[in-house]
Design a protein around this ligand. Structure first.
Ligand SMILES: O=P(O)(O)OC[C@H]1O[C@](O)(CO)[C@@H](O)[C@@H]1O
Length: 258
């Protein structure tokens, strides 16, 4: 199943990337190779595709760019290969959003799945005790928020399909890999087990519990389900200001449940 991203962008699969329609801007994709992410995998020497995912940060309609810049927001798109990385499904390496100079904080990210299926995995910290850990199972049209400062990774939940998603991010984003790499990955590794994905604990962390859950509706942020989050921005350019200014949602981050 596919979801309309709300502007004219098409994922490509060979090679992984995106095609932009008329009056749509977007960069050359940045590829994450298997060699670049090995350190964070359960089996660092595993086989898998040479390019695991391709990232296009800052995409959208030419007409909307000024509104994005004024609010210090960018829309990113990522497409993933199908298949596995050893026993694990295809997935991202995991990172924490670095403190952005513009707001002096780590920022959040608002995801929307376009095609395929995902677990958006997140844990409160990447210290020895990872805090609360969640894996949100998301299908096309589902929206998932990762709060500021949490370590997170995107997991392909159906290895027979490519996964593609869009996400609202701060423009001066940065990725911090150190703490996740120091623990040889995130706190729970996904494992392909016939037709399902199970999770096993990464021994480099203290004991934690994983909550696997369905996505929810983020009413408290005024985000509506069934309408592309890109379109929701076009209709109300201030809707995602909490992404570039996470202090606006300070109380919502306390005890946050994705
Ligand atoms: O740097 P990594 O962990 O390989 O992944 C980068 C990608 O992850 C995301 O933050 C999604 O989790 C994208 O917005 C970003 O482009």
């Amino acid at each position: 199943m596919k979801f309309n991203p709300g502007f004219d962008i098409q994922p490509t699969y060979e090679p992984l990337g995106f095609q932009y329609g008329q009056n749509v801007f977007g960069p050359e994709v940045e590829n994450r190779s298997l060699d670049a992410i090995r350190k964070n995998l359960m089996e660092p020497t595993c086989d898998g595709p040479a390019v695991v995912y391709s990232i296009a940060m800052d995409v959208g309609n030419d007409d909307d760019k000024q509104n994005m810049i004024e609010r210090n927001l960018l829309y990113g798109a990522v497409t993933y290969a199908k298949g596995t990385l050893g026993k694990e499904p295809i997935r991202s390496q995991g990172h924490i959003h670095a403190v952005s100079p513009s707001c002096g904080m780590s920022t959040c990210e608002v995801y929307e799945i376009w095609s395929g299926a995902a677990y958006i995995y997140m844990q409160e910290t990447a210290q020895d005790h990872p805090g609360r850990c969640f894996a949100v199972y998301a299908k096309p049209g589902d929206i998932v928020i990762v709060p500021p400062g949490w370590a997170h990774a995107t997991i392909v939940a159906d290895i027979t399909q490519n996964l593609t998603f869009g996400a609202w991010c701060v423009r001066d984003y940065g990725f911090d890999y150190d703490e996740v790499r120091a623990h040889k990955g995130v706190a729970w590794f996904p494992i392909v087990n016939e037709n399902r994905i199970d999770f096993i604990a990464n021994q480099f962390y203290q004991k934690s519990q994983l909550i696997v859950k369905e996505p929810r509706i983020y009413e408290e942020f005024g985000i509506r389900k069934g309408i592309p989050i890109y379109q929701q921005f076009v209709e109300n350019p201030d809707l995602f200001l909490f992404v570039s200014q996470p202090q606006l949602a300070k109380e919502k981050w306390e005890n946050f449940i994705p």
